[in-house]
Design a protein around this ligand. Structure first.
Ligand code: ACO
Length: 331
């Protein structure tokens, strides 16, 4: 590559992830909720969502701790050192602090002292796809050469465990990729969207004011509204990135959607006329880990040998905001 001109492409050099050790099956969670007088069952959760278990972080573990472990694995897979990174983006809705960013805390924990840019990105469950797209643009503009893009979440801390319609859906975890400038693709096309008219259907409405939490700091969701919007926008944005890249549905080796709900994921695969065996599914074991779900699923698929170098992947995110987006890439 000519070092004077910006690189033409961005590629994924390595992936990593972290799951907290504490795993709760649906039965474990149902027992815990029953002790509070809340009724649910493995059968209800599996039938409606495909979720069988989730992982919850221990008290005292911060979002940046999980991000750190995922980032270390991604750096190792990319055969690079923390100091090789010149951009850090952490997609999260559950940061360590109001400020500074979890990305700055991660930078310090990685021991990076050369002053690279680091910031958090808030697009809820679409955060990782947003992060990939932003890092890709910065790399192709020449503003960065090697980026760490992380999705990390501790949703267990913002769940209302008296609301069985939401608390059974989410889990904790982190996933990371190292992106680097490359002569060959790489990321082929991406597209990001938001529609702020739907703020209220999935939100944590509380905030900090005057030294107190003001408003409700726990997750609220209109599940059916989210469901309907998600299936529609995911199909549309998938077709749009394929068209941008001059590819078709038949070129997709693996669909890695946000792992919210198996029925939404299967609906998207059907709209794209993809066989179900091209769908990467980890929601069964991870639950919905919001911004962490796509990089977690990607890393699991890479490490299990399903996703191989040269495969074409379609990553799709959708979440609060309402936000959605997709990235098509050759891995
Ligand atoms: N256990 C047992 N029963 C339950 C539970 C539970 N955990 N939760 C709700 N129910 C009951 C309800 O009380 C209701 O009972 P009723 O008929 O006696 O009133 C019944 O089950 C049906 O409730 P609905 O809310 O209508 O259930 P629905 O079929 O819509 O499924 C779900 C709910 C799974 C949330 C569904 O709407 C959905 O998949 N939505 C998509 C949203 C999603 O996945 N969000 C994840 C976050 S968003 C994101 O990441 C993009």
């Amino acid at each position: 590559m000519n070092s004077a001109s910006p690189p033409r492409h961005t590629r994924i050099a390595g992936t990593g992830s972290h799951l907290p050790p504490r795993r709760l099956s649906n039965d474990d969670l149902a027992r815990q909720l029953a002790a509070q007088g809340i009724e649910t069952s493995d059968q209800w959760i599996v039938e409606r969502t495909g979720i069988r278990a989730r992982h919850f972080a221990a008290d005292g573990v911060a979002c940046s701790d999980m991000a750190l472990d995922a980032a270390r694995h991604a750096l190792e897979a990319a055969a690079c050192k923390p100091e090789d990174v010149d951009l850090i983006i952490v997609a999260t809705s559950t940061p360590d602090m109001v400020f500074p960013s979890t990305a700055c805390i991660l930078q310090a924990k990685l021991g990076i002292v050369h002053g690279c840019a680091a910031f958090d990105l808030q697009a809820v469950c679409s955060g990782f796809v947003y992060g990939l797209s932003v890092a890709d643009a910065m790399i192709r503009s020449g503003a960065a050469r090697r980026a760490l893009v992380v999705g990390a979440e501790i949703f267990s801390r913002i769940l209302d465990f008296t609301d069985r319609t939401t608390c059974v859906l989410f889990g904790d975890g982190a996933g990371a990729v190292v992106l680097e400038a490359s002569d060959a693709p790489g990321l082929l096309a991406s597209e990001l969207h938001a529609d702020g008219r739907h703020v209220g259907i999935l939100c944590v409405p509380g905030t900090v004011a005057g030294g107190r939490v003001s408003g409700d700091p726990l997750l609220k969701m209109d599940g059916q509204a989210v469901f309907k919007l998600a299936v529609g926008v995911l199909g549309d944005v998938a077709r749009s990135v394929l068209e941008k890249a001059g590819r078709s549905e038949a070129d997709i080796d693996w669909l890695i959607p946000h792992q919210a709900n198996l029925r939404i994921m299967q609906g998207t695969a059907r709209r794209l006329k993809l066989p179900m065996d091209k769908l990467i599914v980890t929601v069964d074991e991870h639950g919905n880990t919001s911004a962490a779900s796509i990089p977690l699923a990607l890393d699991h698929a890479v490490r299990s040998g399903r996703v191989a170098r040269g495969d074409t992947l379609l990553l799709e995110g959708v979440g609060g905001g309402f936000t959605w987006g997709a990235v098509l890439l050759d891995y």
